[in-house]
Design a protein. Structure first.
Length: 319
């Protein structure tokens, strides 16, 4: 009799300990890393591109994860969502970034239920920012959730939670002095230059990289200084052109394109031409910033001593 009871008890305990994940209740988790524990190199490794964010959300949906969104910025990468175990979310982050499990263990944060909710509020109100009161994260948070909603990976709980988080952010900004000082890295950088660099308006400004911080830094240069001698360096042309068309760049703005770098990209080779100066009939016309995208589509070339096809043939050989 005692033997039978022990066997039954062992089976019961065993089933409890080794209960399959399907039977576990889902909980709200926030998993990720930030500037607090991870240096810029590690944060870069765990950065998730917009394209990979979409793929991650698609796979999460296929796995049956209901309610999930991804936030990836220069200072943090986090996944917030419902799961039976945090590793469900961690495995997605590892798969769609260049980071490893070993690195993640050393620098990660894992929040559950109420702690996860509190963490989102801290982020949105600027309490968890590198510079206290930084509200750049609010727009990034909103865009991340907007993408998840578009991909169909949000639920009613996350919708309500995000509305409350954004409302809290707005209330803190409007009703406290938390944002009255330096409230972003990009703003702090420009204020430091103004305070410490003599004749900063006469200096050449180089902004390397055109993510959110690069954009905001450029905007702050334009807004808080009278310096217009700005050079932007970025891997893709579209971001720079779009920005220049929607910002107060004036007639002195130039779009400098390095031919030696552009010709390496096969996708744009057909649009590249390298004319011999001796065959150009007219003077080059200056194109202002707001005309960049239109100008590249207009066939306005004129040549002398050779037809257009001959000049194109010469250019093709040089490319």
């Amino acid at each position: 009799m005692y033997f039978l009871l022990i066997v039954l008890l062992s089976i019961l305990i065993g089933n409890t300990i080794f209960m399959s994940q399907e039977n576990l209740p889902t909980k709200l988790y926030n998993v990720g890393l930030s500037y607090k524990k991870a240096d810029v190199q590690v944060r870069g490794a765990f950065s998730v591109t917009k394209e990979n964010q979409k793929l991650l959300l698609v796979e999460a949906k296929r796995r049956g994860i209901e309610g999930i969104f991804v936030l990836s910025t220069c200072n943090r990468t986090e996944i917030t969502g419902f799961a039976k175990h945090p590793f469900e979310l961690i495995s997605l982050l590892i798969k769609y970034s260049k980071g490893s499990v070993e690195e993640f263990i050393n620098v990660s944060n894992v929040y559950k239920n109420n702690d996860a909710v509190s963490h989102l509020f801290n982020i949105a109100t600027g309490l968890d920012s590198q510079i206290l009161g930084d509200y750049e994260i609010v727009g990034q948070l909103r865009e991340s959730f907007k993408l998840a909603k578009k991909m169909g990976t949000t639920n009613a709980y996350l919708e309500r939670l995000m509305n409350l988080v954004l409302q809290a952010s707005k209330d803190v900004k409007n009703n406290t002095k938390l944002s009255s000082g330096t409230t972003s890295v990009s703003y702090a950088a420009i204020q430091y230059i103004i305070d410490t660099v003599e004749n900063c308006n006469d200096k050449k400004v180089l902004i390397y990289g055109f993510g959110e911080i690069g954009k905001n830094t450029c905007k702050n240069v334009l807004e808080y200084t009278s310096n217009k001698n700005i050079t932007l360096i970025n891997r893709t042309l579209d971001k720079v052109v779009d920005f220049s068309n929607n910002t107060k760049f004036d007639e002195s703005t130039r779009l400098a394109v390095d031919y030696s770098k552009l010709k390496k990209f096969n996708i744009i080779k057909p649009t590249l031409k390298r004319y011999l100066a001796g065959r150009v009939k007219t003077q080059f016309r200056r194109i202002d910033a707001d005309e960049f995208t239109v100008a590249v589509l207009l066939p306005v070339q004129r040549f002398k001593k050779a037809s257009a096809s001959e000049v194109y043939a010469d250019s093709r050989k040089m490319i």
